[in-house]
Ligand binder design. Structure first.
Ligand code: OMP
Length: 220
């Protein structure tokens, strides 16, 4: 794990974004941890978050023509990433987001910002089963653009539930990569969260590692 990844986990815990306990996921699974990116909610926290996304993109070596922040949670994530790439990496990239409801008056359409064309880098929060990302890909394909990759904050490293995707042995992320022929990059993975809990965290947090290992054995 790189220093910035450890710092990101500390930051997420400190902001209450990464929490431990019992949480029911969109997939119905009951998870011992949850990552709520909506709780990065101050100017300073968002600026810092953008720098972590930008760093992950630069480290990945991924190239793209436009950043896309899918509604709703991806919108601020994409915006802060675009700002951080410009401010800290001399990369002034076009940025686009979508509305959930298409507008019928004024500028019309459901996309706002730069044209969604060329290689699109999607900025999102978390992929668990890969359901949300499938919807995002429909938008990109409708514009005849090509996905360059997805950048997320946390890779939960879970299998897709039965009946979704064809390769049950693989993680949901691997299925997304195979199905859409694009890489998925994350700031951190669940393995790194576990490493953090076991090696760096205070005792009150390290106790959650066992529950997460059990969960991983069941769904990972
Ligand atoms: P999938 O569509 O199953 O890949 O789940 C991704 C979505 O689940 C995210 O965009 C969130 O809305 C939500 N989620 C989190 O935000 N954090 C988590 O730790 C877990 C989930 C989830 O419900 O799986």
């Amino acid at each position: 794990m790189q220093d910035y990844q450890r710092e990101f986990i500390e930051f997420a815990i400190e902001q209450d974004v990464l929490r431990f306990g019992e949480f029911t996921l969109k997939s119905g699974r009951v998870s011992p941890y949850f990552f709520n990116a909506g709780l990065f909610r101050s100017g300073q926290a968002l600026a810092r978050l953008g720098r972590f996304y930008a760093r992950a993109i630069v480290d990945s070596g991924l190239e793209a023509d436009v950043l896309f922040g899918p509604a709703y949670k991806g919108i601020p994530l994409g915006a802060v990433t675009a700002v951080a790439l410009a401010d800290h990496h001399q990369r002034d990239m076009p940025f686009t987001f979508n509305r959930k409801e298409a507008k019928t008056h004024g500028e019309g359409g459901s996309l706002v910002g730069a044209p969604l064309e060329g290689r699109v880098m999607i900025i999102d929060d978390v992929i668990t089963a890969g359901t949300a990302i499938g919807e995002v890909m429909e938008i990109i394909h409708a514009e005849r653009a090509k996905a360059a990759g997805v950048v997320i904050a946390l890779d939960r490293q879970e299998r897709a539930p039965d009946g979704q995707g064809g390769l049950k042995a693989n993680s949901a992320i691997q299925e997304v990569e195979a199905r859409f022929s694009m890489p998925v990059v994350s700031i951190v993975t669940l393995d790194q969260v576990l490493e953090y809990l076991e090696q760096y965290a205070q005792q009150e947090l390290s106790g959650y590692a066992a529950a997460i290992r059990d969960y991983r054995a069941q769904y990972g």
